[in-house]
Design a protein around this ligand. Structure first.
Ligand code: IFM
Length: 804
């Protein structure tokens, strides 16, 4: 079933049926002022922290309420509706609506009883408040009197938990008052006589506002129960039914912002107004609202700026292939999803409420990879930040606090860190993600000087980026298990595998092997011969060990428990086949060709499903070892044999690296949101963003996806597609182009900005190959093979690659 379509020209997803199987949301603003909005206007806002800076209330795990509601009432017949289908929920026979989710804005269009409306929700670029800009038109042939009411439900406390559950406290610190064109909510207003800047037990006066611009506020209400009315709900608020609000503020209990304006519209006439929300001192709020008097002009300009900003970012890499699903994902939605995970980490969605007060090390270092080809300048800042969260022993801080203070942090070796973050020990993989991320950044930009930049460690000491990477190698070297393979520690990428300090992880072993390959490239660039010898010796040792211990006839095993038991061997009754060791054996370069193809074939035969490859098989149930935490999940779910979407990116990449374009693309399509646009009743999640996982074949809800937006999937699939399928493989000195595509693609084009040059790349495939390069021309000049040294690039470079 389909609920909408992709409008690629505007980079919007347009929802034409509002009764979607789940709230389908969009992100507005930035963590400075964040706003999440669903296709029915549900959602919340916050300043800086979803958990501690919550401004607008949202009830999690409920029916997508409350939200940013605009009610429209016809004062002649007293009928009313909302500018988004919900909350009033008129019959879809008479009420027509469209929701356009775009890049950092959402537009809701509605047509009902001769009145059409369009609300544009956005946070202006670099501002920390939000705008609900309503355009309303009288399409009928008689004059209409309409009462338009905006409703914003404030939290009583910026801490969302306190707001929801500590009512004996949070309801008695809030009040609202009205002033001219805005409702002012004050929390802890009684502290207004306390000396400026002084806090009582960390409390100070907090001001929020809900304002109206472009029309006169005719009535208002600052108390939720007064506005809704007893035994009424968001769908039939008493204040809206009555057509006039009672002009009462709140003192204790629940504050809200509700403002009504009465509009008289002649036939064909349009009015533009704006509701504004923010957390600002009253004088600043007044100034903000006043700035929107010329509503139409100001809002139009701001929306244009916002669109130009985001479309500008996305323009650095655009493709035109025969697959519209692939194009829409790579050009817009996967790319935008990568930016959202990069910016928001796992801080705020309809699943994450913002309680995690920091960045997960591995998550963030991986997220960076998804934006390197689009915004390397943003990527490198975050890389610096993450390097500054590496402990001087080379390990990563499992959780990097939002208040991170490089050089002064406690580490998992300190009880204080453990207590504060809840992370009891180092994880085996965290710092190893730095290798591909730093390599991708340096290769994309050619910025080899970055290796010499000095960056502090999290706890003490500092070192160049090169030194940081060496310490990451040391960390793994110093944490080996019983067979001298990297230990599994508290976890590897898989949070549900507790292998401990004596158990060992094959996944980490592959990452470690790959890390040494990458560091060797940097060492060669620096002519660090002694270190090259060290790497060569240790990489060979590790490679031999992996080959000896981890290859089990047709697959790589998953690791060893602390007691030396093998995980993932062919004969195990459960979890005898794992996805990630197979893909990573290829990505790391460790598997020989025969092993690689055999392991990948096993994945396809044993793990692949119509929605992607499951993480392992069969799920744990009766035979879970002590550290196999996945058993806590229902079979076919998350790490217990779910289709863990992040891992799809690695299998795409692995197949592409082997030149298996058909398979790589098959894996892409199986899990691509856009490819399931007509299966919304099965997938449920938004068809324009990734989810953390899809329920696997062992679940009765096979194909249903969960945990929208903020997932490492965005970056791994992006890398799998750009580096793998499209074959954009930059290195320190230039660009290799090695596409791995479905045979039926006869041609595709890429526009890519690269090291200050614009590349227009045309790939031709008349012979229907899956991979390979027959000829490559750069500005008409034939290259030796599929490699383009940077020296031949010009401002506008024309590249033609003939595959077959
Ligand atoms: O790798 C982890 C990630 O850090 C958090 N979500 C689950 C993934 C797999 O366990």
């Amino acid at each position: 079933m389909k609920y909408g379509y992709f409008d690629e020209s505007k980079k919007e997803y347009v929802i034409t049926r509002p009764d979607t199987p789940a709230p389908w949301v969009n992100y507005l603003g930035s963590p400075e002022y964040g706003a999440i909005i669903s296709n029915n206007a549900g959602g919340y806002s916050f300043a800086k922290s979803g958990a501690n800076g919550r401004i607008l209330r949202y009830v999690f795990n409920q029916f997508d309420e409350p939200g940013r509601y605009i009610y429209i009432r016809d004062n002649e017949n007293r009928d009313y509706w909302s500018a988004s289908w919900q909350p009033v929920g008129k019959s879809l026979d008479t009420y027509k609506s469209e929701c356009h989710h775009g890049t950092a804005y959402t537009k809701m269009k509605a047509v009902y009883d001769g009145i059409s409306s369009e609300v544009r929700y956005y946070v202006p670029l670099d501002q920390s408040y939000e705008v609900w800009n309503l355009g309303i038109t009288n399409d009928s042939d008689r004059e209409r009197e309409l009462t338009v009411t905006g409703y914003a439900e404030f939290t009583n406390n910026s801490n969302y938990e306190q707001d929801q559950v500590n009512l004996q406290y949070s309801q008695f610190i809030t009040r609202t008052v009205f002033c001219e064109n805005r409702i002012r909510q004050m929390i802890h207003a009684n502290l207004d006589k306390i000396e400026n800047g002084k806090e009582i037990d960390h409390k100070t006066v907090i001001n929020r506002f809900f304002g109206l611009a472009g029309a006169k506020a005719d009535s208002w209400c600052g108390e939720k129960e007064e506005f809704l009315g007893r035994y009424h709900g968001y769908g039939n608020p008493k204040g809206v039914e009555d057509g006039v609000l009672n002009n009462r503020g709140n003192y204790n209990e629940n504050g809200c912002g509700a403002i009504s304006t009465v509009l008289h519209l002649k036939p064909g006439e349009t009015r533009e107004i704006a509701f504004l929300v923010g957390m600002k001192e009253d004088d600043e709020a007044a100034e903000i609202v006043a700035g929107y008097e010329n509503t139409e002009e100001v809002c139009k300009k701001e929306l244009e700026e916002l669109t130009a900003y985001w479309h500008g970012k996305l323009s650095h890499f655009q493709v035109k292939t025969p697959s519209k699903e692939f194009d829409t994902m790579i050009n817009t939605w996967n790319a935008y999803n990568c930016f959202m995970t990069f910016i928001w980490s796992r801080a705020a969605s309809f699943t994450y409420c913002g309680l995690r007060n920091g960045y997960g090390y591995r998550d963030t270092v991986q997220d960076i990879q998804g934006v390197i080809h689009l915004a390397p300048e943003m990527a490198v800042d975050k890389i610096r930040f993450m390097l500054s969260a590496q402990v001087d022993n080379g390990g990563g801080l499992p959780l990097v606090k939002f208040t991170h203070n490089p050089g002064h942090e406690d580490t998992p070796d300190d009880a204080s860190y453990v207590q504060e973050t809840g992370h009891p020990a180092y994880r085996a993989d965290d710092a190893l993600w730095l290798f591909p991320t730093v390599y991708k950044y340096v290769s994309e930009t050619g910025d080899t000087a970055f290796m010499d930049e000095v960056i502090p460690f999290a706890n003490k000491d500092e070192g160049t980026v090169y030194e940081h990477l060496k310490r990451a190698i040391d960390f793994s070297m110093n944490h080996l298990g019983k067979h001298s393979m990297p230990a599994g520690l508290y976890a590897d990428w898989n949070d549900c595998l507790r292998l401990g300090k004596d158990g060992e992880s094959t996944f980490v072993a592959f990452q470690f092997y790959y890390a040494m390959t990458i560091l060797r490239i940097f060492a060669e660039h620096k002519k660090d011969t002694e270190y090259i010898a060290f790497l060569d010796e240790n990489q060979k040792k590790l490679g031999n060990l992996i080959q000896e211990l981890c290859w089990d006839e047709d697959r790589f095993i998953r690791g060893f428990t602390e007691s030396g038991e093998t995980i993932g061997k062919r004969t195990d009754p459960e979890a005898n086949m794992w996805l990630n060791p197979q893909s990573w054996a290829v990505i790391s370069g460790l598997a020989d060709e025969k092993q690689a193809d055999c392991a990948l074939q096993q994945v396809y035969d044993r793990l692949n499903t119509e929605y992607g490859a499951i993480l392992m098989d069969p799920p744990y149930h009766e035979h879970a070892f002590d550290g196999a935490l996945a058993v806590i999940y229902n079979a076919g779910t998350k790490e217990n044999a779910g289709i863990f979407s992040q891992s799809q990116g690695w299998i795409i990449l692995a197949e592409a690296l082997r030149g298996h374009g058909e398979r790589a693309f098959t894996y892409f399509m199986e899990n691509a949101p856009a490819a399931q646009n007509d299966k919304a009743e099965i997938r449920r999640l938004e068809p324009y963003c990734y989810g953390q996982f899809t329920e696997g074949k062992d679940s009765p809800n096979f194909g249903r996806s969960h945990v929208h937006w903020l997932t490492g999937t965005a970056s791994t699939v992006m890398v799998g597609c750009v580096e793998g399928i499209l074959g954009m493989r930059p290195d320190l000195y230039g660009l290799r182009i090695a596409p791995s595509i479905p045979k039926e693609w006869e041609m595709f084009e890429i526009d890519k900005d690269f090291r200050g040059c614009h590349l227009h790349i045309t790939v031709k495939n008349p012979g229907h190959a899956e991979s390979g390069c027959k000829k490559l021309f750069v500005n008409g000049q034939e290259m030796k093979d599929n490699y383009i040294p940077q020296t031949v690039l010009t401002d506008e470079t024309d590249i033609e690659l003939i595959m077959s």
